[in-house]
Design a protein around this ligand. Structure first.
Ligand SMILES: [Zn+2]
Length: 430
């Protein structure tokens, strides 16, 4: 725990939303120990057979914790081995001094989490301290433009999420949140430019979840065709081809703006969160689909997330070949801890160590960052130990690399020192 982690990816609700309690957001259904399983534990529970009705009860705010445990326990026993659940187990051990989950522990943790002294102001700061995290980059799912900055003394740093500006345009939401309702492609581009002008100095990065919606082949689009596609969208008549074309055009617009404003672009790659809806065929193409875009935007910094699992070898190739590509291990340590260790070892024997970002919890529930950080620390240490033991990396080099992967690379790539200096000033980030 001596080396601080820079956390490059979370989905934390605003702390003020958390304080409003269950129901304040879909990601905050309850306030007892079940909340620790909501994001992502519930997916392992579902795939090991826990019925939707039982999961509904688990995350309902009303039932008593002992009732919930009796519903959960048979399924917990089935899936407690996974990375998602190991993170929960490390979390309860670190934060609540419980060696594991069982009936008494589940009840005690629930009582603690509902204690006003626990949830009081400063909760996130205390939890980040417990995780050994110095700062935390948040792609908020509360608002389209995702500004949560300023909470906890500047330790929570917002991403500028561009989904609503590119591949998932919702004109009603844009109007609600920006005051503008573009009627043409030109007006839409102006709205995007306005968002960058207004938000870039607050943001640490641009974030896109396009991988959930479509392939990552952002080919250049004919502007006239894109304009027609926007007209169709505004009329509520856009088909899939229109949306794809428009997404290409506006994503490329955002990639250019991101470079101008000095914001790295984080792209979701690989596995989709949730369960029972994924097209693996599409995800398999993520790395290859991106190549033309990486060539077309050499001034844009791309951060490819989650090591693209389960196709991680291809991301080693991209980071090795393209100067503008970095790989982020966010989420990966709990998706498949063993694969993340193997990936880290292979990456660090092939790619400059400056190109690997070591940690992001990817949670909406701040408590679980603690458990995930524990797994990441262990995994990074194991990967480096194996490189040293195998004679591939001298010990002194390994110690330097650990500092780079855990925080140094993130501080440099996201210009965190510049950001601290600029806070409160007029200078734009980048
Ligand atoms: Zn995420």
């Amino acid at each position: 725990m001596d080396t601080a982690l820079v956390d490059t990816h979370e989905h934390l609700l605003r702390e003020s939303t958390r304080h409003r309690g269950p129901g304040a957001h879909d990601l905050l259904p309850c306030d007892d120990a079940a909340l620790l399983l909501h994001h992502y534990g519930q997916d392992d529970l579902a795939v090991c057979g826990m019925p939707a009705l039982a999961r509904g009860l688990l995350f309902d705010p009303e039932p008593a914790p002992d009732v919930k445990w009796r519903v959960l326990q048979p399924y917990w026993d089935r899936c407690r081995n996974t990375g998602y659940m190991r993170a929960v187990r490390h979390t309860v051990e670190t934060l609540f001094d419980e060696p594991d989950l069982d009936l008494p522990a589940f009840v005690r943790i629930s009582e603690r989490m509902r204690d006003p002294g626990y949830t009081g102001t400063g909760l996130y700061g205390r939890l980040l301290d417990a995780a050994g995290v110095e700062s935390c980059q948040v792609h908020s799912l509360e608002t389209l433009l995702c500004l949560t900055g300023g909470e906890d003394g500047g330790r929570i740093l917002p991403d500028l999420a561009v989904g609503a500006l590119t591949v998932s345009i919702d004109l009603d939401q844009l109007e609600r949140e920006t005051g503008g309702r573009p009627a043409s492609l030109g007006e839409m581009e102006a709205l995007v430019d306005g968002c960058f002008a207004g938000y870039a100095r607050h943001a640490v990065a641009v974030k896109s979840l396009a991988g959930y919606e479509r392939r990552l082949d952002f080919d250049a689009a004919d502007p006239a065709a894109a304009a027609r596609a926007f007209t169709a969208l505004a009329a509520g008549a856009a088909g899939e081809a229109d949306r794809h074309l428009l997404g290409n055009h506006l994503m490329r617009h955002c990639l250019a703006r991101a470079a101008e404003h000095g914001l790295p672009v984080k792209l979701h790659c690989g596995l989709l969160a949730g369960h029972a809806h994924m097209s693996l065929e599409r995800l398999r193409s993520n790395a290859a689909d991106l190549c033309p875009t990486l060539v077309d935007f050499p001034e844009t910094t791309f951060v490819l997330m989650h090591m693209g699992w389960p196709y991680q070898d291809e991301y080693i190739a991209l980071a090795k070949h393209f100067p503008n590509v970095y790989v982020d291990l966010c989420w990966a340590w709990i998706v498949n801890p063993a694969a993340a260790v193997r990936f880290t070892r292979e990456f660090l024997s092939a790619v400059p160590a400056s190109k690997l970002l070591g940690f992001g919890g990817d949670y909406s529930t701040a408590e679980c960052i603690t458990g995930h950080a524990h797994i990441a620390r262990r995994g990074i240490a194991q990967a480096l130990f194996e490189l040293v033991e195998g004679g591939w990396t001298p010990l002194d080099d390994a110690l330097t690399i650990i500092g780079m992967v855990m925080g140094g690379n993130a501080r440099r790539i996201f210009r965190l020192a510049d950001r601290e200096r600029d806070q409160g000033g007029a200078a734009e980030l980048g």
